[in-house]
Design a protein around this ligand. Structure first.
Ligand code: FE2
Length: 428
């Protein structure tokens, strides 16, 4: 007897007619036409059941603060950092918690149940750290929230950042962050990468650096990050976020760099919505897209993911916690249009970031946590195409969000009176 059974599910790997049996919050059985009674049954009606969406690059301390204290008129990363610097002293513990919880509500409605958020430690009060640790505790029953100690104003550039970052780790932040391209010199940037990796090795922590978020092709901190990862034996525990300079790098240099990243076991996160908006701003035409080289990294066996990065904050005024929108932008910017590449884009917002975050029990196999989403789509490609409605969001075997299927009525002369617009178009 299962607590919950999902019938007639299509899985991301293409298996159809699958039954998923859940017992005590875990997947107890998964097979075609699964037999057995259940306390509750959900008929997936042939639609896609996937593990939940995962966002391994976000800024929850800044989210939903758009326009405070002013809007970003230039659209530049640096103006965003300046505005955030103006807002920081005005923040209160309560307001950060309130906005973060509102974002988590939105995330759940979109089937996004695991988030790695950077939290700015360049603040003597460490207000964001305290607030997000509280949020992490509150949302633990429904969202896996992982915190990165992020020295936004520079590990060496901001006075006291080295001590503040350590204090944040002492308080329970579990990932070491950094921003080498924002340090005063290339040398300081490289030095910060070394110091931050050593700190993580010393404390047994993961590393996730904002790395080379610039159009400068000579910004090569990813090289140092790969080197230090290998030197310190941190393979599989280090992620490079953004890596946008790689877009502009010389091809010969990249042909040497990618095998080094693969060899070191460093993973990568691109943030397509943000970087298509922020990069290339000093160009006239042609304008560079500024997203890192995801298809090439995948070909080298590097674990990749797409992150949302920002929603309604000083860097990005749009967004709705929709990881399918993120995947869609990544797909277009990277020209990942083959059937296989489109499936890789779905993986870049599910299994890829789950592995980067070292999520325990993630996936659709017996023994995994019973965290699942039912999408109004036949497969991962259709899910991206339609930004599919999240019909059901299940956490630990319990339904925590439900959305009515998208359906449009058409009243046109000479046409059938009702068409489900969401499923219009050919099936492949
Ligand atoms: Fe970021």
């Amino acid at each position: 007897m299962f607590d919950l059974k999902i019938t007639n599910a299509t899985l991301p790997d293409g298996r159809t007619n699958m039954g998923i049996g859940v017992k005590e919050g875990r997947i107890a059985a998964l097979q075609a036409n699964l037999a057995g009674e259940a306390g509750e049954t959900i008929d997936a009606a042939g639609q896609l059941v996937s593990p939940p969406f995962v966002d391994c690059h976000f800024h929850m301390d800044a989210t939903l603060s758009l326009g405070l204290p002013r809007l970003n008129e230039s659209g530049l990363l640096l103006e965003g950092i300046q505005i955030w610097g103006e807002l920081k002293p005005l923040l209160t513990h309560e307001v950060v918690i309130e906005r973060a919880l509102a974002y988590c509500d939105l995330a759940v409605s979109q089937g996004l149940l695991a988030i790695r958020t950077h939290v700015d430690v360049c603040d003597e009060r460490l207000l964001g750290v305290e607030a997000l640790l509280e949020v992490k505790r509150q949302v633990a029953p429904y969202i896996d929230l992982q915190l990165v100690a992020f020295p936004q104003d520079g590990y060496y550039r901001y006075p006291g950042a080295q001590d503040l970052l350590r204090r944040a780790l002492d308080m329970g932040v579990e990932v070491v962050g950094g921003i080498p391209h924002f340090e005063r010199t290339m040398a300081d940037g490289a030095r910060s990468v070394t110091a931050l990796c050593e700190l993580a090795a010393e404390r047994g922590l993961l590393v996730d650096l904002h790395c080379d978020e610039t159009d400068d092709p000579m910004s090569r901190h990813i090289e140092t990050l790969a080197y230090e990862t290998q030197r310190l034996g941190l393979g599989g525990r280090v992620n490079g976020s953004h890596l946008t300079s790689m877009h502009s790098m010389d091809n010969y240099y990249v042909s040497k760099l990618l095998p080094l990243i693969a060899e070191a076991g460093v993973s990568a996160t691109a943030n397509p919505l943000i970087n298509i908006g922020i990069q290339g701003r000093h160009d006239t035409y042609p304008k560079r897209r500024g997203m890192t080289r995801i298809p090439e990294m995948l070909r080298h066996g590097i674990t990749c993911s797409f992150g949302h990065d920002c929603v309604m904050d000083p860097w990005y005024s749009l967004g709705q916690a929709d990881m399918l929108e993120v995947a869609s932008m990544g797909l277009h910017v990277a020209q990942m249009t083959s059937r296989e590449a489109m499936r890789q884009c779905f993986a870049a917002v599910t299994t890829g970031p789950a592995s980067i975050m070292h999520l325990d029990g993630y996936g659709l196999e017996p023994g995994c946590k019973a965290d699942m989403i039912l999408l109004q789509a036949a497969d991962p490609i259709e899910a991206i195409r339609l930004k599919a409605t999240r019909l059901a969001v299940i956490k630990s075997g319990k339904l925590i969000a439900r959305t009515a299927p998208r359906q449009t009525e058409l009243h046109l002369p000479g046409r059938p009176p009702l068409v489900d617009a969401a499923t219009l178009g050919p099936k492949l």
